[in-house]
Design a binder for this molecule. Structure first.
Ligand SMILES: [Zn+2]
Length: 217
């Protein structure tokens, strides 16, 4: 937060050395800076506070910070991409093993924290109900009887395909060989809702799934 520069404020002349030994960050010479500001100065650099602010404002106006941010975003993207390439086998292995591990961990956590979970449920019942209803509405209203086995098989196939690809395809982007089961028309799309049925399911790569999001292609 900026402390306001109040020109009417009665600034007491204070030597830099005195301000320093008092642990203060600013001091006041009583003399204007070379740009004519009658302003406090920083103990650390002797810089005039008014000059400092004017510099910061100029930088801001020039778009420097925005440029810096977008440049940094590009850097992060490039860095992440390289990391994925360098660690591709690790990522694929984790994805193949991970799901099972996380299920085991989740079960163990539930077992150990039964009371805590029950308490959280009691304190947040409305929230829980809303999640469950949303899922039910999405799943039950959007599914038809008699396709469970076929649907299960699609999920099994997706996993098998990932395993196969991991074994024989060399790619720089692991997300391209990790297969997801995607609803062609999303279950909870904005305008229309799809069905949880075999003909609305497709096996696509994680990267395609990500870029697709909750949209219809
Ligand atoms: Zn100044």
């Amino acid at each position: 937060m900026r402390r306001p520069l109040d020109m009417n404020e009665e600034l007491k002349v204070l030597a830099r050395s005195d301000a320093k030994s008092a642990g203060l960050k600013r001091y006041f010479t009583g003399e204007p800076c070379i740009h004519g500001h009658l302003s406090e100065r920083l103990v650390s650099t002797r810089q005039c506070i008014a000059c400092k602010r004017a510099d910061a404002d100029r930088l801001k106006e020039s778009g420097y910070f925005i440029d810096y941010r977008s440049a940094h975003r590009e850097f992060a993207k490039t860095y992440h991409k390289k990391w994925r390439t360098d660690n591709k086998s690790l990522i694929i292995q984790k994805r193949l093993d991970g799901r099972d591990d996380s299920l085991v961990q989740r079960a163990e956590y539930r077992e150990k924290n039964r009371d805590k979970i029950r308490q959280h449920y009691h304190n947040n019942k409305g929230l829980y109900v809303s999640y469950v209803r949303k899922r039910q509405a999405a799943k039950i209203n959007r599914s038809l009887c008699g396709y469970d086995e076929e649907i299960k098989e699609i999920y099994v196939q997706a996993r098998k395909l990932t395993e196969k690809l991991a074994a024989c395809v060399d790619t720089d982007d692991p997300e391209q060989i990790i297969m997801h089961v995607d609803h062609i028309i999303p279950l909870q799309g904005r305008e229309v809702s799809g069905l949880h049925v075999p003909w609305n399911l497709q096996i696509i790569s994680a990267s395609d799934n990500r870029s697709k999001g909750n949209r219809i292609e």
